[in-house]
Write a protein that binds this ligand. Structure first.
Ligand code: ADP
Ligand code: NI
Length: 214
């Protein structure tokens, strides 16, 4: 098992060499570590969790013309090439296909303990201190303003409006980040999310206070 994980780490590091900061190797490493932390309590299949965490952003549709099948297919081809068993490969592929936030607007087609753990770990990386840093990095990459008091946050009910927003980065907190704590699957994930959530609430309070010159 360790050799398969090691080979996957090398592959992912190499593939993500030129990725932008929000989705780089370090994001993958954090999700991998967090998933293993949650799994200390959940006791799921460690190989499935490790491989899914490591490969979950191998080809983000945002940077690949919206192609949502590319990532799962790249993962499958790689795992086949290092001779992972077919049952593990299918499970990892299903996790990658179903785990993104945008897809949560559609009825979730697949779930398993391992999927829930990796999804929690990915969501945890979108909140707290790191989540804040990632949001502003993404906003900068898209040339968004930090905040504009005249533009109110939207309630996204579909994948399309969520994907096409050009709103200020602060709006992203209301459109996604502050909603994540109630979407966590595992008890450990919920506990970690609450701590990070409270940090963001305090952050926003300080942000508005500074915005007003106080
Ligand atoms: P997922 O893969 O779960 O759908 P994304 O790829 O949309 O998640 O998000 C990856 C990272 O980029 C997260 O940290 C997220 O908060 C951030 N991000 C995504 N959309 C925006 C946005 N409109 N403004 C600021 N940050 C964003
Ligand atoms: Ni991710």
């Amino acid at each position: 098992m360790q050799e398969l994980i090691k080979a996957t780490i090398d592959f992912v590091k190499k593939t993500l060499e030129n990725a932008e900061a929000g989705h780089d190797w370090f994001h993958i490493e954090r999700v991998y570590k967090t998933a293993l932390t949650i799994n200390e309590i959940e006791a799921g299949d460690k190989l499935v969790i490790a491989l899914a965490a490591l490969l979950h952003d191998i080809a983000d549709p945002k940077f690949n013309d919206g192609n949502e099948e590319l990532g799962p297919n790249v993962a499958e081809a790689f795992l086949t090439s290092i001779a992972v068993d077919t049952e593990t490969i299918s499970h990892v592929k299903l996790i990658i296909q179903n785990m993104s936030f945008k897809n949560s607007f559609d009825k979730q087609a697949f779930s398993s303990k391992e999927m829930q753990i990796v999804q929690d770990a990915d969501r945890l990386d979108a909140i707290g201190a790191i989540g804040i840093a990632r949001a502003f990095t993404y906003g900068g990459f898209k040339n968004r303003v930090l905040y504009d008091p005249s533009i109110k946050p939207a309630q996204h009910t579909s994948k399309e409006t969520y994907k096409n927003t050009t709103a200020p980065t602060i709006n992203h907190f209301y459109e996604k980040l502050l909603l994540l704590k109630d979407k966590m699957n595992t008890d450990k994930g919920k506990q970690m999310a609450l701590e990070r959530h409270n940090f963001m609430v305090n952050y926003l309070e300080q942000f508005y206070s500074e915005w007003e010159g106080k």
